[in-house]
Unconditional design. Sequence first.
Length: 250
Amino acid sequence: MLIDSHAHLDSSQFDADREHVVRRALEATVAILSIATDVASSQKTLEIARKYELRCTVGIHPHHAEQFSEETLEQVRKLCAEPTVVAVGEIGLDYFKEYAPRAAQQRAFRAQLALAHELGKPVVVHLRDAAEDLLKIVSEHAGVRGVVHSFTGDWALAQQLLDRGFYLSVNGIVTFEKSQHLREAVAQIPLERLLVETDCPYLAPVPMRGRRNEPSFVRYVAQAVAQIQKISFDEVVRTTTRNAQELFGF
């Protein structure tokens, strides 16, 4: 079994055939962690997880940090009580698109890290062009476990995140020709600290690039990791699955 540790099944791109997408994943022995991005997404993601007997997260993505408030935090807290919710996420910082002011992103990130610590849940972290601030903030919340998803950094950044106890997750980007620095990092990241994901419906891996991504495609990511680390595909499947199970309690 493989675990797609980051899928956005609530995306409208799946509205017409979500059941078929889930079925294809199950037929390919792929389990799915469905990831939320705001309050509405959290509610929809939870409904999807209940319907298809999946695991999911709830949380506020940095793109939506301006929506964040004490009321929002309480809504997330309430949703975290659901048995299918295994993590707080997707949370973090994004200074590349910067859809929300940096101060708002940092406030929402800190509050949700504190909530995860209080509830004993791991976090799913989004990081883009904000490594310095993210490292500082996670260092303020020692004891919070989680994964930095869609990792695209170099080995130096990977080491700093690993030193803070985080897992790193890679997706279809690792199969792209222009991702040499990422592949160099993946070659050095201990397999025991790696997860695989799709981030679907985005970032379809080679050879599916250009198509809508979906959880069953996660095998191409695992194959790329196996090739980079010069180990067997079965070892990648076995270890990344165990990592996800240990982190999220699958």
